[in-house]
Design a protein around this ligand. Structure first.
Ligand SMILES: Cc1cc2nc3c(=O)[nH]c(=O)nc-3n(C[C@H](O)[C@H](O)[C@H](O)COP(=O)(O)OP(=O)(O)OC[C@H]3O[C@@H](n4cnc5c(N)ncnc54)[C@H](O)[C@@H]3O)c2cc1C
Length: 394
């Protein structure tokens, strides 16, 4: 069977891309195993992400289980000689009712799966793509269970170690970081008041992000050995450690069942599209979880590929042609490169023992904290790149 577009991978980026592409009226294949979401990560959806999920008719299915984010606090907890002042970002300073919502990925995935199942022109292969072979006119895919299909364009949403990226011959620069993120959720005795608090430690940030009720999700970045040590603690000991790390701002802490450790890395492919294959989500960018950028970028990848395919097909173009791929590559390059650079720089400045770097970081945060226009610029840029036009509904 021949499709206009085949999406490979059914993580959040792949499902969103498949839905956005299905809304264009193109004939879509989604090659993705239906499996329960494997970890307890949550996503802070910022800027246009919620609006985009509304356009896709996904948001109404999960918004009741999301928590509003109205204030972001950055607290220097490095204990170093030169420390940055606390910086507080409030959404009302830039005329917004909220910055976004935090939602657990399991709930988001369920809503995405429900919506994807509603399109008659979206064919699901509950399977893995075993071989992906780009040729002149299309890309041939063979699945693990022996099915064959082809598509004029393949959207590679198959995460880190992307087989689509490899099939396209796209090189990737990979840098393992000597950091890992421990994730878990907590209940607490004091309300979070819609405030997300990021404690900057010499090993990385430890972030407490609101969930509905008196609950929060925790992403605790530390040296890999420390992350493993925390992971192995009893519930009581981890509750105590989290309460200490949060300086008891949330009162008494009780960890909920379920913890995961993610080794951190930065991955930058040299291209975002080649040989009839376009990359979205972590196949296109892997970043440390600072400033909640990863999936927000992935949603913008999905929005852009869908817009570009819609326009190409309306004007009778082949959606996998080199010109169309070039348009996608150009559309994503500045956004992905600027986020990767900013997050890498923020992470390095935190880890650096180099005194001038610490002074520079403290001075930068001081400037942001005390100078309104700069703070407002940082907030707006943190939500979405300022050069990005608002997306038209599909
Ligand atoms: C600790 C942590 C916290 C984070 N917090 C945030 C946050 O607050 N906000 C934010 O925006 N981002 C956040 N991120 C980033 C975000 O989680 C990722 O960007 C996002 O999960 C990536 O989704 P994805 O769909 O690209 O990849 P994945 O979720 O990895 O999905 C890839 C899918 O492809 C499938 N697959 C692989 N190969 C094949 C194949 N050959 N055939 C078929 N299927 C295949 C896999 O099974 C998988 O289901 C965080 C990341 C971490 C590590």
């Amino acid at each position: 069977m021949r499709y206009d577009v085949a999406v490979v991978g059914g993580g959040p980026a792949g499902l969103v891309a498949a839905i956005a592409l299905a809304q264009t009226g193109a004939k879509i294949a989604l090659v993705a195993r239906r499996a329960p979401y494997a970890d307890n990560r949550t996503t802070a959806l910022l800027g246009g992400s919620v609006e985009f999920l509304e356009q896709l008719e996904v948001w109404p299915r999960c918004k009741d289980k999301a928590a509003a984010l109205r204030t972001m606090r950055l607290v220097d907890d490095t204990g170093r000689l030169i420390r940055a002042p606390e910086v507080r970002f409030s959404c009302d300073e830039i005329g917004l009712e909220l910055f976004g919502y935090n939602i657990d990925n399991r709930t988001l995935l369920t809503a995405l799966e429900q919506r994807a199942a509603e399109f008659s022109d979206l064919t699901r292969f509950d399977d893995e793509a075993e071989t992906i072979c780009p040729a002149d006119a299309d890309v041939a895919i063979h699945t693990g269970e022996g099915k064959s299909l082809s598509a004029r364009l393949v959207v590679g949403a198959d995460g880190r170690q992307s087989a689509c990226r490899e099939a396209a011959g796209i090189e990737v620069r990979r840098r393992e970081l000597s950091q890992a993120a421990l994730t878990f959720n907590i209940g607490h005795s004091r309300p979070h008041r819609d405030i997300s608090t990021e404690f900057h430690t010499p090993q990385g940030p430890c972030v407490f992000v609101p969930l509905p009720g008196d609950r929060s999700s925790v992403v605790w970045v530390a040296a890999p050995k420390e992350a493993e040590r925390l992971f192995a603690l009893t519930d009581d000991a981890l509750s105590e450690a989290a309460e200490r790390q949060s300086h008891s701002v949330l009162g008494r802490v009780h960890v909920e069942p379920g913890r995961h450790v993610f080794p951190l890395a930065i991955e930058q492919p040299r291209q975002f599209a080649k040989s009839r294959i376009a990359l979205v989500g972590e196949a296109a960018h892997v970043l440390p979880p600072i400033g909640a950028q990863g999936l927000n970028l992935g949603l913008r990848d999905a929005a852009d590929i869908a817009d570009i395919v819609r326009e190409a097909m309306l004007s009778g173009e082949d959606p996998g042609s080199p010109q169309v791929l070039k348009r996608y590559d150009s559309a994503r390059r500045a956004d992905i490169a600027s986020r990767t650079f900013a997050i890498d720089a923020a992470n390095r400045s935190l880890l650096s023992d180099f005194l001038p770097m610490q002074s520079l970081r403290a001075a930068g945060l001081h400037l942001i904290g005390s100078f309104g226009p700069l703070r407002r610029l940082a907030m707006r840029e943190g939500l979405a790149p300022s050069w990005r036009p608002t997306r038209r509904a599909g």
